[in-house]
Design a binder for this molecule. Structure first.
Ligand code: BTN
Length: 231
């Protein structure tokens, strides 16, 4: 349960700042207005200009580590619904889409008994570099500037009860499944070893993606990136 939010104006990466609090064994959130070296999944850079929300949750979970990014996605979706956004979905493994474009990315890193769950939410960003043509922000979608610190507080407020529930009796995966994007649609799954085409069949209880390949075989992926093909 996160009781404290530690705020910064600029850090290298909130993931690294959060790491410095591990020795206290206290669950805290670290946020910053910008990051000099924001990082995304698979060693990518997360461009972290002012106007974005950069947040890391330092957690010491007792159970089901793999579901933490899901909890974060669900908490974010709930906050955005509270702000009256709709057309929200989760693109496996843990991107949040708004109107089919990426509005939030999540990365989870493990250090000893700690998990640091990093959340990058595009709040008041107005332009993205060309190569991020599939990105959007709350400002682009609503035309409004929103209070970033207010959203941080709300994310923690939505995350805590979900996290408590997870620690007590396990995650109700069903609620998350309501938000899954792309069931039945064509994708490529890109892993370090291969690129495989197919259609999204389902997400199972391990939060693995089940893909139906071109000969109709169901293949299970525990990790990878999804490239959407014409949708
Ligand atoms: C992704 O989609 O690749 C995940 C992006 C995660 C970015 C966030 S921003 C806050 C935290 N600090 C970082 O350096 N990365 C995460």
């Amino acid at each position: 349960m996160i009781k404290r939010i530690i705020k910064f104006k600029e850090v290298s990466s909130t993931q690294d700042t959060a790491k410095r609090f591990i020795h206290k064994q206290e669950e805290v959130a670290v946020s910053s207005l910008r990051q000099k070296r924001g990082r995304g999944r698979h060693g990518r850079t997360w461009i972290s200009q002012p106007g974005g929300l950069y947040l890391s949750l330092l957690l010491f979970p007792r159970t089901r580590l793999t579901s933490i990014p899901l909890l974060a996605s669900l908490a974010i979706i709930k906050v955005l619904e509270d702000y009256d956004f709709s057309k929200l979905s989760i693109l496996w493994p843990n991107d949040v889409l708004l109107n089919n474009r990426k509005v939030c990315g999540i990365i989870c890193e493990q250090y000893k008994n700690a998990i640091i769950c990093g959340i990058g939410l595009n709040v008041n960003i107005e332009n993205f570099p060309r190569k991020l043509s599939n990105a959007t922000s709350l400002k682009i979608e609503s035309g409004k500037d929103l209070d970033i610190n207010g959203i941080v507080k709300q994310i923690i407020g939505r995350f805590n009860p979900l996290y408590n529930e997870l620690q007590k009796q396990g995650l109700k995966i069903k609620e998350v499944l309501n938000y899954i994007a792309g069931i039945g649609k064509s994708v490529e799954i890109i892993t370090s070893k291969s690129v495989i085409k197919g259609t999204v069949h389902d997400i199972d209880d391990d939060w693995a993606l089940l893909l139906r390949d071109h000969i109709g075989m169901i293949r299970k992926f525990y990790y990878g990136d999804v490239r959407r093909l014409s949708w």
